[in-house]
Design a protein around this ligand. Sequence first.
Ligand SMILES: *[C@@H]1O[C@H](CO)[C@@H](O)[C@H](O)[C@H]1NC(C)=O
Ligand SMILES: *[C@@H]1O[C@H](CO)[C@@H](O)[C@H](O)[C@H]1NC(C)=O
Length: 346
Amino acid sequence: MRKYIWIPLLMSLEIILAKAESNIYLPTDSDSVSVMTSTCPAPDPSLNYRPVIGIVSHPGDGASGRLSNATNASYIAASYVKFVESAGARVIPLIYNEPLDILQTKLNLVNGVLFTGGWSKSGLYFDVIEGIFKQVLKKNDAGEHFPLLAICLGFELLTMIISKNNNILEDFSASDQASTLQFMKKINIEETLFQRFPPELIAKLSTECLVMQNHKYGISPETFQGNTELCSFFKILTTSTDQNNKVYVSTVQSENYPVTAVQWHPEKNAFEWGSSVIPHSDNAIQVTQHVANFFIGEARKSFDRPPAKQVLANLIYNYSPTYCGTAGKGYDEVYIFSETGKIARL
Ligand SMILES: *[C@@H]1O[C@H](CO)[C@@H](O)[C@H](O)[C@H]1NC(C)=O
Ligand SMILES: *[C@@H]1O[C@H](CO)[C@@H](O)[C@H](O)[C@H]1NC(C)=O
């Protein structure tokens, strides 16, 4: 009896499957067939499929002393590391207060650099950021494609360094604020970090709050455009508006160097949870992913292939991140670099 009951069921299932199959595209032209039967094509020899990114550490423990009070402690929020890793690259920490010759050696092991957010705008940290920025330009001038992505504080420091004016920044109220990005008129997004964004996502960036801001300083478009050095180095791609409706420059791209600076935090949408304001929607996560893909895509154009053993010995995998999200604020995980090498646990 049972057998007969199942027959019609099976028959209808076959019909459903047949229907589904008819919707699957099957290559019929000869080109596609030859692709299917051939072996994997050789990778593009002009690209570096094992890019490594240097991330500069920032003074402190990133957790207001909850993790370490060591005087020479510095940290990298793990979200920057995850951001880089998510796009197919590995990270070497550039510990800002290490001896200069070690920093220099490490800089020669990477295919691009990321400047993080933070607050420090003077002293050794400023000098190291300025020194690395000059090296980035030098490497590119020498024919190496060596990208730099500067985020938040990184944006502000580049603004100070390029304008040669340490007082050029203005006050803005954009702490812990999600915002839109307003594109400059007639802007060409080819060869900018927006190049791979689908048109619908580009449109949503200007109407939905898809990017996270967290800064008290910035630069207005007027001040920016009034500074010859800044204008000749960067073109403005977007502006944003702070909590008092004051407009500031939020994304810039160098025309002659693979150098991009954003006042916002592309890494936070996918990887930080310490503020309820951080956008985590599907579109917001896509923003993180497209920016990461753009940056690492640039690093793949770097020819430098440093000795594999030296890379392995310096990768961030030689350190462990510490979870500090239990405080309910700030970063979720940080890598801490300090004299003892020991990381205090909560
Ligand atoms: C750092 O110092 C503060 C203030 O004295 C203290 O509350 C905190 O527990 C210290 N942190 C560590 C990791 O010892
Ligand atoms: C921190 O200071 C100690 C003692 O002065 C030193 O041994 C160590 O190398 C320093 N660490 C860094 C990362 O500069």
